[in-house]
Structures are given as C-alpha cells and as structure tokens.
Design a protein around this ligand. Sequence first.
Ligand code: ZN
Ligand code: ZN
Length: 400
Amino acid sequence: MKDVMTKKQMTALEFRLSIPRYLISKGLSTLFPHRLFPKASCLHLTQVPTPILPSPDWVHVKVEACGICGSDLNALRGNESYSMEPYSSFPAIMGHEIIGRTEDGTRVAVENILPCCTRDIVPPCRHCADGDYNLCGHFIDGKVAPGVCIGFTRGLGGGFSEHVVAHKSQLFPIPDSLPLHSAVLVDSLASAMQPVATHAPKNTDTVLVIGAGIIGLNTIQCLRAIGFTGTILAVARHVFQANWAKKLGATHIIKNIYNDVAQHTHARVLKPIMGPPVLEGGVDLVFDCVGSSQTVDSALRVTRKRGKVVLVGTAGTLKMDASPIWFKEIVLTGSAMFGQTTIQEKRQRTYQHVIDMLSDGRLSGNGLVTHEFPVTDYVAAFDAALNKVRHKSVKVVLTN
Ligand SMILES: [Zn+2]
Ligand SMILES: [Zn+2]
C-alpha cells in the first residue's frame, strides 16, 4: 500500500524559492497589499510525487482541508522575516493547518511542528525534554529537512495537496461529530490558546487585544474559554471584524486607542510636544496580534507600569519607541506556535486542549470559516484571504 502511494503523483501547491520572484512579490505587495500576483509569486500549482515516509514512525495522511494562515500570505507576498529563512527548506508544499485521514480512516488534526522527536534526535534538546517543543533547538537537524513546520519544509508534502506525511506524535484524533469547519480551526486556535494560557490574566485585569483577524478573534474566544471574566478591549480595523469581536467576547471595541483605553482603565492621557500620546496607567496585558511597528509602539504606550505586551502569531522588523519598556518596566515577549500549556490545572498539549474545548462547547467554530475552495482554485482562495474587506473573510480553507 505504501509503495503504491509513494509512486502516485499528486496535485500540490508548491513554493519554490526564487530570489527574483520573492523580491518582485515583495515590491508588488507594497503597491497592492490586497492582491496576489500568481504568475510573479513563488507559488506553483503542479504535479509532484506523493512524499515518502522519512522513517517507520511516520504515516501517510490524506488531506481533507487546510486553512490558509497569515504566514502563508506573508511568504507569498515576500513579507516573511529574513531571520526565519534558515528555518525552512524549499521546494515545499505549502499548507500547515491540516485536517485529514490516516490510512485506517481515522480523522486527525496534524500538529505541524517538527521538533526533536520527529527528527529521531536522541537525546532530545533541553526544551523538548521539558515538553516545550515549540522552542526546539534542532529544527535544522536530523532526518527531516530544515524547517519549523510542515508547509515550509521540503519532502513532507503539505496541506495544500492531496497527501502529507506526519510523524505519529503529530496526530491528534478528531471526533467525526466535529464539523470540518470547526476542526480546521484547531491550528489557529492553538496559536491563540498558547499565549492566552501562558499569560493568563486575573479576572480583575483589563486586557487589550490588537487586531481582529482570525488570530485576534481566536485570542478573544480563548480568553473566554479559559474562564476569563474581566474586561477585554479590542482594536478592530473593519466593522465586520468588530462585530465578530463583540460576538466572541470583547467587552468594548476601541476606536481611538489612547483616549478609549484611558477611559476604560481610568488612566491619564499625557501629550508630548512631539509624537503620539502616552498613558499614565493603562491596561494590564496586551495581546498584539498584528505585530507592526505602529501596533507595538502604541501597545507599549497604553500599558500600565509592570504590565505585559505579548506578540502573538507574528512579528517582524519593528521601528518603535522603546522608552516605555524601560520607564514602565513593561515585559515585551512573544509566543511561538504551540506546545504544552496548563489550563484549569490540567497540563497537556495545547492542540489537545483546543480539541477538548471544541468537543465540549467551550470553543466553537462559530462560522469563522467564511470561504472554502478546492486547491485547484487557489487564486480565488488567496484573493479571498488577502482582500478581507471585499470578501468579509475571516478564515479561508482549501479542500480536496
Ligand atoms: Zn500558521
Ligand atoms: Zn528539540
């Protein structure tokens, strides 16, 4: 059976790194941020051999659906940080938010990270030994090509194709009763649950969530799912995103970040001679799900002394005033992907927390998957994902 699968060709969206194409895509995305130029991009719809198993501990998974992630869009638009380039290998079949079926028919979510145990590295690195495998020190070593995750790693297939190979440790059974449009959110929910559970606020805290794309919206619903009853202020760029944020648990939508945060936290707005305002007082905790120079700069300005700003899902090269980090002793930190977290005194892998919560109703798909396309219709799919206002898109998925 496996030999047959390895000989078979499959349709796949392949990312072939070409410096000229990457730079052209970067230039075009600056001019047209909401458009994909498929002919100029590094993306190719092609036929490739079904991937072979790197070791007997790996299995074939037939892909049912795979979400388009913001990191996919960044790669296609040439906006991925250069510092991440060593942690990938090409050509790679894109797609890492994967729901599929193993050869025995079990429906699974594929946790896409490629730490020591998937690379046959013994003994594991210190972070893997502690269970924090999202911080693995061997993403570039071992039996598998360099890469943090499936979708940006050569030789493993990917979610934007018919088959992917996965290490047994990456498989999480999904009940067939869970709708596909809920199951396919497991990965993006885990990306939000990891920082929320790691930096869980007290119920007396005021939390600011910046950004109301899928990660921001998931952050809001994860805060409520772990039982947070305090105030959530949310910054949403578009009206339809603001409506989602309210529906999922935001207390107030913020329009003017300085005045509105000051009003809701009883802080004072101080206006320097030059530059944006800064608050005396402010929120206790910020989840910045945008990670731009402007959002991080304003997050630091509206956070109280000894508060915390967490970069969720993304980051890049920033230009900001770091004075508040020093003057207000703010902790600025990040949260990478997902590993293990403790929620209501239960420590387990974050993927499992999310699957449990989707199964018992603490989390819900909520209709956040707004668009579904076959892989062959990828141009329309990426257009829907990039042009959020026109399509009112939240999560776009590709299916087979
Ligand atoms: Zn992702
Ligand atoms: Zn490791």
